[in-house]
Design a binder for this molecule. Structure first.
Ligand code: BES
Ligand code: MN
Ligand code: ZN
Length: 499
């Protein structure tokens, strides 16, 4: 799908479809009013006949309107004008694009981006419209011998803005959305691939491919031998139970000022998590192919940033492994030594993500002097109990960092919510035999996981995103590419804060 922006009269658009909104109680939006006047009240007539009321999500296609030069007009309900905010705007955009895709239209001009959305500017309406439209066209067909045909012919959407003076901002928003969509496709594709088609080696190869596609990205892959030399005993203890070797991918994108400290992103890359000897139940175990969504988000964010050519310093790190039961696998009670030197008693082999991440955090501390580090992981089922599928859980040892991530997520509709990192929870991880245990018992599972990681991030400005509830959906089954939007907005936001 290609996107454009323009500022023009809706009645004069030569296109397969012109999209305009109607507020509840049959109130035409400004663009719809212009269309209505040009076609001598045909839109008002459709409303009078009861074809559309303006309720959220309603759509109607009108053909053959004299006075207009487009093939059709698609009207979409916007809900009550007083309540018109993010949610109604995105809903209208999605329903409109869905409806246009069902017609024969090849191109469309949308006047929804003209609307005033409470607390949002023009960059936002265009960015979010292009994101929503891009996401609707996504299909995962890599594993089908004959992909289901996509009947939609729609391949071009132009977003209209009210005035020519909005065009520069709108163009920037489009560039961002296009780069973001490309990054999100990479993330979703990697995430949706099953464990046998996306191994730790495949993830490392993804990092290498990014380096060959973008001169701005430099990739280094550590193999198990190198990890052993570095003392990554926690990470390697997980991969011991698998025939697939662990990989540790480091991508550097240094396009910012020389002296600017980098942001480091770390993503959990468990290409399949069966739980190990603490085996998971069979129910929905296939979904544990998604246990590398954190890693996939790091790759996708690197891609989006490189596409955009953001003038920042960014490092992406993806520690990757499988977690399987095996004669060589970790056993409950085993004690391993992490790269930091801290010993860990593995009481539950299914709490493996933190074993990868702790060594990755120590690697960051030893090799970089970052401005901040954000890790993301499908770390705990407990975060789904706490927040469901709506919000990512955020933990941070710096309130400003948490706030900044939450604000970025809110802007992108990729929301996150803070949970506590208080030291009150530390006692749950006491071990009689090692420095720390890898699990803390039934209560507050997401918090104790974060508190465990914090022991390895004390010297860093650090945040942890638990994306177990948000990285994929069950109905329909598929990856969401969250938190890529949040991260890209976070990185863009910082750029404006520092300049
Ligand atoms: N990858 C899982 C977390 C998970 C579970 C994500 C379900 C999404 C859906 C993680 O490795 C894990 O198994 N965590 C355990 C931790 C427990 C043993 C303390 C969990 O959440 O049950
Ligand atoms: Mn697990
Ligand atoms: Zn896991």
């Amino acid at each position: 799908m290609e996107f454009f922006v323009k500022s023009g009269n809706p009645a004069k658009q030569r296109a397969g479809c012109v999209i305009a909104g109607v507020f509840a109680r049959r109130k035409l939006s400004p663009a719809a009013k212009e269309l209505d006047e040009a076609c001598k009240g045909a839109l008002s007539q459709a409303m009078r006949r009861g074809d559309i009321e303006g309720r959220e999500g309603e759509t109607v296609v009108l053909h053959g309107l004299s006075g207009l030069v487009c093939d059709r007009v698609l009207l979409v309900g916007l809900g009550r004008e007083r309540d018109f905010s993010d949610k109604a705007y995105i809903r209208a955009t999605e329903e409109a694009v869905r409806a246009v895709r069902k017609t024969g239209a090849v191109d469309a001009v949308s006047y929804l981006t003209d609307l005033v959305v409470r607390k949002r500017d023009r960059r936002w309406t265009v960015l979010r419209a292009a994101m929503a439209s891009g996401a609707l066209g996504y299909r995962f067909v890599q594993c089908k011998s004959k992909p289901d045909p996509d009947h939609s012919k729609l391949n071009r959407i132009t977003f209209n803005v009210p005035s020519r003076s909005d065009l520069a901002e709108a163009e920037e928003a489009l560039r961002t959305a296009t780069a973001l969509n490309a990054g999100m496709v990479l993330t979703r594709d990697l995430s949706n691939l099953p464990g046998n088609r996306c191994t730790p080696t495949d993830l490392a190869n993804t990092g290498r491919e990014l380096a060959s596609s973008y001169r701005s990205i430099k990739t280094t892959v550590l193999d198990e031998k190198k990890m052993e030399n570095l003392g990554m005993g926690a990470l390697l203890s997980v991969s011991k139970g698998s025939r697939e070797p662990a990989t540790f991918t480091v991508m550097e994108y240094m396009q910012g000022p020389k002296k600017a400290k980098p942001v480091v992103l770390v993503g959990k890359g468990l290409t399949f998590d069966a739980g190990g000897i603490s085996l998971k139940p069979a129910q929905a175990m296939d979904e544990m192919k998604y246990d590398m969504c954190g890693g996939a988000a790091v790759f996708g964010t690197m891609k989006a940033v490189a596409e955009l050519g953001l003038p920042i310093n960014l490092v992406g790190i993806v520690p990757a492994s499988e977690n399987l039961p095996d004669g060589m696998a970790n056993k409950p009670g085993d004690i391993v030594t992490s790269m930091s030197g801290q010993t860990i008693e593995i009481l539950n082999t299914d709490a493996e993500g933190r074993l990868l991440l702790c060594d990755a955090l120590t690697y960051v501390e030893r090799n970089y002097d970052p401005d901040c580090v954000v890790d993301m992981a499908t770390l705990t089922g407990a975060v789904i109990v706490a927040l469901g599928n709506h919000a990512t859980g955020v933990f941070a040892n710096q309130p400003a960092l948490a706030k900044s991530l939450i604000t970025a997520g809110d802007y992108m509709g990729d929301r996150a919510w803070e949970l506590p990192l208080w030291d009150d929870y530390e006692s749950a991880l006491r071990s009689p035999f090692a420095d720390v245990a890898n699990v803390g018992g039934r209560e507050a599972g997401s918090v104790t996981a974060a508190v465990f990681l914090h022991r390895f991030a004390r010297k860093l400005r650090w945040a942890h995103l638990d994306i177990a509830g948000t990285a994929w959906t069950q109905k329909p089954k598929g990856a969401t590419a969250r938190p890529v939007p949040l991260l890209l907005q976070f990185l863009t936001q910082r750029l404006h804060e520092s300049s």
